[in-house]
Structure formats: structure tokens, C-alpha cells
Design a protein around this ligand. Structure first.
Ligand code: TXA
Ligand code: MG
Length: 312
């Protein structure tokens, strides 16, 4: 159900959950002033309670009321990339963040989204927690229709059009004297070099270790259709509009290889389209470069194709 900005505000300020647009993906928003609304988010999504949420702010001015310290490089990152698809994990004053939002951790994740409607809302309603607006494990929602498909036609959605980035924010944490990427995202690692003077490493959880980003534990981004990743796809193919495939193939196009930003924007829509068309298995073309946004696209596809991780 499409709602106006005023209705979204009213619902949030009365402890309800609404879906909101951001430049990355749609989010399920609740005010941090209403722990019961935050609890509702976990229930609606089917999200494990040990997977914390990102706190979305209107401006970085309020960060010092939550964060107990701001690591070296924080101000440069905030200046360069906020508002935008960057999330920073910071140590918090526990009394300022409801423990349900940060799953009881001594840190919380913060971001300032770059979408005018949601920024207007943040200005009026104050900080909001917002996980991606999809059922846990499924591809994220990049259009309001996707939200309605997952949560029903009556679920309140503030329609802000198609999400321009199409991939979630990049998450950074500061440890051992440097920022590290704990979730790849819409900002590629290379973007940070000119701001930090180094390219942050991508910290990938190893088997048996506790991941720095709890969400990495769970199955993600997966359509019902099973996906086979291959450099020579045939049959039902998720591929690129500027590449040739066998004439007997049915192509679900991600866009042209020459435009990774457009491929990123289309990715979740195409994965969802497979299910909408009743496709049960597809071959995904992974013959693409290994730099920039392609690394995030590759990570999402590998997660979407995995069958061997927790179903949540
Ligand atoms: O682009 C985005 O980031 C979107 C939009 C709506 O802003 N949000 C989003 O939220 O992707 P979600 O809940 O789907 O993913 C948040 C990730 C999870 O993997 C969670 O484990 C991690 O952030 N996270 C949250 N708090 C954390 C913390 N204190 N330490 C480490 N990771 C944290
Ligand atoms: Mg998510």
C-alpha cells in the first residue's frame, strides 16, 4: 500500500514499521525511540535476533550522541561519502542505542542515506533503524513492488521509485589501526584510497570464526530458483545484453557488461524476475572482471547461489 510522507511520519512516530526508499535498496524503517517497533522488524522479516540493524541518521552532527569514540579517518569518510552508500560500525554509549537494535553488541552501524524522501523523514522523525526490506534470505527490494511481494499489498510503503544503486551500502569497521570492509557494497574498495590513503582490506569470515559482520552468517540474496555460476552458460541464462549466447538460450539480461553500475541496479530485480516467471534453475554468466563494483556483484551472486548455509 503506497503511503504519503505524512502518513509514513505518522506511523513511525506511533511505533509502526514502514518501508522506505534509499539509494541502495528499500529499507524497513522503525524509530529507535520504539524498541517494540524494532522487535516487530525482526518478526516481520524472520530475522535472527543476533543480526543487528543499521541506524540511519539525518546528519553526522548527531553521531557524537551515540558513538563513544570516532576512529581516525572517520571525519574524512563521513565528509567524502555521507549522505551515501557507506555504513560505519562504531563503539557506542550503550544507553543511547536500544540493545535490540545492535543485538547487544558494544558497537552499532550508522549511515546517512542519500534519498530526499527518506532524509526528509529522518529530519522529522529522528534516527531510524532500517534493514533491507525483504524476507530474510531473499534478494533485497529495489522497487516498491518488491516490498509488496514479500510483505503483502497492505504493507505501508513510501514509494521513492527504483533504487539507483541497487546494492546495499559498503560496511566498514576500524580495527588494528585501519578500516576494514566487512560487507562489500555499492562503494567499491578502490574509492577509499584517495580518502584514507590506503585501500581497506575485505575481511571475509573464516570457517569456525565469529564474523565481524553477523549478517555474513546467514543465507542472503537468494531467489527460489537454483543458480549455477558458470563462464559458459546455456539454457536459461542470467547474462549481459552485449554478449552472445547460444541461440537456443532464454536470456534474463542484467544490462551491458560495459556498465557495471547498471548491472548492479538491475541485479535483484532480475533474480526476483526468475521466481516471478516460475523458473526453477538458471545459469549465471560470471565471465566478468574482478575489480570495482564487479567484486560486489560477484559476492552477491555467490551468496545467492549457495545452498550450504543457514536458511535464514
Ligand atoms: O544499504 C543498506 O545498508 C541497507 C539500506 C536499507 O540502508 N540496509 C541494509 O541493512 O542492508 P541489513 O540489515 O540488511 O544489513 C545490515 C548489515 C547486517 O549484515 C548486520 O549484521 C550488519 O549490517 N551490522 C549491523 N550492525 C553491526 C555491528 N554493530 N557490527 C557489525 N555488523 C553490523
Ligand atoms: Mg539485508
Amino acid at each position: 500500500m503506497r503511503i504519503s510522507l505524512e502518513q509514513a511520519c505518522h506511523l513511525l512516530l506511533h511505533g509502526d514499521v514502514v518501508a522506505l526508499p534509499t539509494e541502495t535498496v528499500y529499507g524497513l524503517g522503525a524509530s529507535i525511540a520504539f524498541p517494540e517497533a524494532i522487535q516487530k522488524i525482526y518478526a516481520i522479516k524472520g530475522r535472527p535476533s543476533n543480526n543487528p540493524l543499521i541506524i540511519h541518521l539525518h546528519s553526522s552532527a548527531s553521531i557524537s550522541s551515540f558513538a563513544s569514540s570516532l576512529p581516525e579517518g572517520f571525519h574524512a569518510l563521513a565528509e567524502a561519502f555521507w549522505p551515501g552508500p557507506l555504513t560505519l560500525v562504531l563503539p557506542i554509549f550503550p544507553e543511547t542505542v536500544p540493545s535490540i537494535a545492535c543485538a547487544g553488541l558494544p558497537t552499532a552501524a550508522f549511515r546517512i542515506p542519500d534519498h530526499s524522501l527518506t532524509r526528509d523523514l529522518l529530519k522529522i522523525c529522528g534516527p531510524l533503524v532500517m534493514p533491507s526490506a525483504n524476507l530474510s534470505g531473499k534478494p533485497s527490494a529495489t522497487k516498491s513492488e518488491h516490498v509488496e511481494l514479500d510483505f503483502g499489498q497492505d504493507f505501508p510503503v513510501l514509494d521513492g521509485g527504483s533504487c539507483q544503486k541497487g546494492l546495499e551500502s559498503t560496511i566498514l569497521i576500524f580495527r588494528k589501526g585501519a578500516w576494514e570492509i566487512i560487507r562489500q557494497g555499492a562503494l567499491a574498495a578502490e574509492h577509499f584510497r584517495s580518502v584514507l590513503g590506503y585501500t581497506p582490506i575485505v575481511n571475509t569470515p573464516t570457517k569456525g570464526s565469529v564474523p565481524l559482520c553477523p549478517g555474513q552468517l546467514y543465507r542472503h540474496y537468494a531467489p527460489k530458483a537454483s543458480l549455477l555460476l558458470t563462464k559458459e552458460p546455456t539454457g536459461i541464462v542470467v547474462g549481459f545484453s552485449d554478449r552472445n549466447y547460444p541461440s537456443s538460450s532464454t536470456i534474463f539480461s542484467l544490462g551491458p557488461l560495459k556498465d557495471p553500475a547498471l548491472v548492479a541496479e538491475n541485479l535483484y530485480s532480475v533474480l526476483r524476475q526468475l521466481d516471478a516467471e516460475g523458473i526453477t534453475s538458471a545459469e549465471v554468466d560470471i565471465d566478468f572482471p574482478d575489480y570495482g563494483l564487479w567484486q560486489t556483484i560477484s559476492e552477491r551472486l555467490h551468496k545467492a547461489a549457495r545452498q550450504d548455509v543457514n536458511e535464514m
